[in-house]
Design a protein around this ligand. Structure first.
Ligand SMILES: NC(=O)c1ccc[n+]([C@@H]2O[C@H](COP(=O)([O-])OP(=O)(O)OC[C@H]3O[C@@H](n4cnc5c(N)ncnc54)[C@H](OP(=O)(O)O)[C@@H]3O)[C@@H](O)[C@H]2O)c1
Length: 349
């Protein structure tokens, strides 16, 4: 099968390109040439900007991809451009979306207050009613909305589409370094990692990058995925405290996760803004039942590899993000309060 990947050279794209190539498919990545990573030599590159797809029309026609996999559509305009460029050229489109399309995300993000959404979220769960979730946050994401990306991608009968909604993805190459602060504390042999109760109990669906890549490769190569929308993610969504304990276990940490009552930690240690009563748990049964998806890499092996990569690629400025003196004071206060609250033993003076 000939597969054209739009993007494909940063984090999740490279393992997808690798897995498809190893399975014998011909892969071409289309990207600007600003981000390069080690891809198999058989992978062909077309350098160009997706804002100027029209300049590459002849190359696309000559290549005649069976499937176009868009890993880098963030706006409605992005997705419309892909549909326009590959309608009548490719047979099928696969688009990478996100679980931030669900209304539960709006509840969590506090942009759409209301009754908590029931989890786990299936693919038919209500979507956000407010568009542009990051508008005005100054992160260059004002036009970002995967709801509009999905709508545009699903809008053509000539180029049928598959949508994959991804959870929080971790693993080698993660430029967001999702384990950064926890792992740094663990490696510095901190006695404790402090977490406020509401965040400690918060569940979020995660997935390891190689496993996500396997789900994407499956959706690309299995025709049954045509016109379908699938959640991707681990079957079990751990709480944040469980997740940190697991990382600590795999990293051979002797410390403990200490859960503090809500609003008792100093601002530096408080959770980021969000309604942590709203869990972000997705149900990934559909892709398992319909396409037979299974994770190729077990969770502890995934964590082992991620920890090794994170240790080798730790950003230099990480110390600036941590304040162990403040943590020590907070921990001592918590312990003092716990000791004072504990019922006095009649044997103690
Ligand atoms: N990471 C997560 O936790 C997570 C969660 C949910 C959803 N997702 C979704 O997963 C997808 C994949 O993310 P990723 O970072 O791993 O992607 P990736 O495909 O590995 O990297 C992004 C690619 O897009 C290319 N690119 C960027 N702007 C371009 C442009 N204007 N024209 C052509 N190519 C362009 C980059 O190469 P050049 O720089 O060389 O152009 C790079 O190859 C995204 O759609 C993201 O929204 C990720």
């Amino acid at each position: 099968m000939r597969v054209m990947i739009i993007g494909g050279t940063r984090f999740i794209g490279p393992p997808v390109a690798r897995q498809l190539t190893e399975a014998g498919h011909d892969v071409t990545v289309f990207h600007r040439g600003q981000t390069e990573s080690e891809l198999p030599r058989r992978v062909a590159h077309i350098h160009g900007d997706r804002l100027q797809f029209a300049e590459h029309h002849d190359e696309f026609k000559q290549l005649q991809p069976d499937v176009v996999l868009d890993m880098a559509a963030f706006t409605q305009q992005d997705a419309l451009a892909t549909v326009t460029a590959f309608r009548g050229v490719a047979r099928r489109l696969v688009v990478i979306s996100s679980q931030d399309v669900y209304r539960a995300y709006g509840r969590f993000h506090e942009s759409e207050p209301g009754v908590l959404e029931r989890v786990p979220l299936t693919e038919t769960a209500p979507l956000r009613e407010k568009l542009y979730p990051y508008l005005g946050e100054g992160r260059g994401l004002d036009s970002y909305d995967k709801i509009l990306v999905e709508r545009a991608a699903l809008g053509s009968t000539i180029l049928p589409a598959t949508i994959l909604r991804l959870p929080m993805v971790y693993g080698e190459g993660d430029y967001q370094h999702r384990l950064l602060l926890e792992l740094k504390r663990i490696d510095d042999r901190r006695p404790a990692i402090l977490i406020e109760q509401r965040m400690a109990a918060w569940r979020w669906t995660r997935a390891y990058v190689e496993n996500v890549a396997a789900a994407i490769a499956l959706a690309v190569t299995d025709e049954r995925a045509t016109n379908r929308i699938y959640n991707v993610g681990d079957t079990e969504a751990l709480t944040y405290a469980e997740w940190v304990r697991l990382v600590g276990h795999e990293a051979r940490w002797g410390g403990s996760v200490v859960v503090a009552p809500d609003n008792t930690l100093p601002p530096k240690l408080s959770p980021l803004k969000g309604n942590y009563n709203q869990h972000l748990v997705a149900d990934s049964t559909l892709i398992r039942v319909e396409l037979g998806y299974q994770e190729p890499v077990p969770r502890m092996e995934a964590l082992r590899r991620t920890i090794a990569w994170e240790r080798e690629h730790r950003p230099e400025n990480v110390d600036r993000l941590l304040d162990y003196a403040t943590e020590d004071v907070a921990l001592a206060e918590l312990r003092a309060r716990a000791a004072a609250d504990a019922p006095r033993s009649p044997l103690l003076p």
